[in-house]
Design a protein around this ligand. Structure first.
Ligand code: NI
Ligand code: MN
Length: 227
């Protein structure tokens, strides 16, 4: 197994890579996954894409309980440090080799204010290169941008992208994103958490299948995809 990814509702993900557990944007419990319990979930690393409350979530609590390291931009890392959290800060375009793989921060078109109003720097996505060479692109909250083509040039095995509209790309721009990224597979997230971002993922999947060669994996909260 190269990796196993589990959707924990909204933008929260659990990524298992050869015995290492990564949590991404741990918004627990969230309206789409009330089963997610921040008091019991395990993590070795926590990746936070940006400062918004539905992404920072319970990162501080979980990081302290699990002695997990938070990987994020420098501004969010400085904020986390105030709570005694172990962090590794990076910034857009910069990569670092962790024991589980190489993580590069990518641009995202969005905001990043932290829950208490502190400056959260710029929002980001993550491009993770595993030991096997497979690359996973987590777009974070973002609008469509043309440089997704550059990210796609790296050869993406799996892209995880928002389709909810209103706060991020909606279905039609997310379809264009798949065409720029050309991943082998794509998982849609950040939709149907609330009525405001309600989307029909199966309908979107059908459009992607018709117009691209990308495999679409529509998960329900709690379900996993394994490669
Ligand atoms: Ni956001
Ligand atoms: Mn969000």
């Amino acid at each position: 197994m190269d990796y196993k990814i589990t959707w924990l509702g909204h933008a929260a993900l659990q990524l298992e890579i050869e015995g290492t557990t990564l949590l991404v944007d741990p918004f627990f419990p969230n309206p789409a996954a009330s089963f997610s319990n921040p008091d019991t979930i395990a993590a070795d690393y926590i990746l936070v894409t940006h400062g918004h409350g539905d992404h920072v979530g319970k990162a501080v609590t979980i990081a302290k309980r699990c002695d997990a390291m938070v990987i994020c931009n420098a501004e969010i890392a400085d904020w986390m440090k105030k709570f005694g959290v172990k962090t590794h800060s990076q910034h857009l375009g910069g990569g670092f080799s962790y024991p589980f793989g190489y993580v590069k921060l990518t641009m995202a078109l969005h905001g990043s204010c932290l829950p208490d109003g502190s400056c959260g720097g710029n929002p980001a996505g993550f491009l993770i290169t595993l030991a096997s060479g497979k690359k996973i692109y987590l777009a974070g909250d973002t609008g469509l941008f043309g440089d997704m083509r550059l990210i796609g040039e790296e050869g993406i095995d799996l892209a995880v992208i928002p389709i909810g509209d209103n706060f991020t790309m909606g279905p039609s721009d997310a379809l264009r994103a798949v065409k720029l990224l050309q991943p082998r597979a794509v998982i849609p997230i950040h939709y149907s958490t609330w009525e405001l971002i309600a989307q029909d993922a199966d309908k979107w999947a059908e459009q992607v299948r018709t117009q691209t060669k990308t495999e679409v994996v529509v998960l329900k909260p709690g379900e996993s995809y394994q490669v």
